[in-house]
Design a protein around this ligand. Structure first.
Ligand code: 13P
Length: 250
């Protein structure tokens, strides 16, 4: 069955001294009953991957370019992430979709590049507050899933994260019923497109204001296989209890 995944997205946070957080996490959660992943800024991937070698912590990128190499100043390819020691990469995070105008086609091309480079892609989807208030959530999710996920995925190289934009960094969290509705719907959409075998092995994460205090109840919702955590992943003291709650729910 699906092994649960506690993933941290450090976003544009962290310098050399933040690596101490990883040492603590590895030390305190060596026996975690779930997978652990941290996606630090690109500047820390290599060193973090070295520090996490032969441990139960995986390291990922936060974005990649769709091409392997070329004249794209400032960008990083999936092959480069892999070379630096990453095993995962986030694609289509709402902060990329909004800040950088990334559309579904771009996210799909990046996700394909990630898979071809041997990475697991964590494809993010999620509605805005306006879309939720207009009762368009499931349509938005359906469109993002079909537009952002390439045809060649498997249960091993795809993870999907549901991150309602209005819940990110706001302290607002959907109700457990709302989370369950979207996760059940995502599973059924994946089943319809890829068949039950693939769809049932893809891990579905919830992201948006996950904290130690709400993690256990969120992990009790059907089809929630873990979390993609922003702010509360920066410190081992905050992320550790989330890892523990997920392990306990496994
Ligand atoms: P917060 O946990 O800070 O709300 O961020 C969620 C997120 O965007 C993870 O990718």
């Amino acid at each position: 069955m699906r092994r649960k995944l506690a993933a941290g997205n450090w976003k544009m946070n962290g310098t050399s001294e933040s690596l101490a957080e990883i040492d603590t996490l590895i030390k305190e959660h060596a026996e975690a009953g779930c997978d652990m992943l941290i996606c630090p800024p690109a500047t820390l991937i290599h060193r973090m991957a070295d520090a996490a070698k032969d441990t139960n912590l995986a390291v990922g990128g936060q974005d990649c370019h769709a091409e392997t190499s070329g004249a794209h100043t400032g960008d990083i390819s999936a092959v480069m992430l892999r070379d630096a020691g990453a095993s995962h990469v986030i694609t289509g995070h709402s902060e990329r979709r909004v800040d950088h105008g990334e559309r579904d086609e771009t996210v799909r091309a990046k996700t394909l590049a990630a898979i071809e480079a041997g990475l697991t892609a964590i494809v993010c989807v999620g509605e805005s507050l306006k879309e939720r208030e207009a009762s368009n959530t499931l349509d938005i999710i359906a469109g993002q899933l079909s537009g952002s996920i390439p045809d060649t995925v498997t249960g091993q190289n795809l993870v999907v994260a549901y991150e309602p934009i209005w819940a990110i960094g706001t302290g607002k969290v959907p109700t457990l019923d709302q989370i369950g509705e979207v996760h059940d719907y995502m599973r059924s959409r994946l089943e319809r497109r890829f068949g039950a075998g693939v769809a049932r092995s893809v891990r579905l994460l919830y992201g948006g204001s996950v904290k130690a205090g709400n993690a256990a109840e969120i992990f009790g919702v059907s089809n929630v296989d873990g979390a993609l955590v922003g702010g509360a992943s920066l410190k081992a003291a905050d992320f550790g209890p989330i890892v523990a709650a997920l392990s306990a729910s496994s």
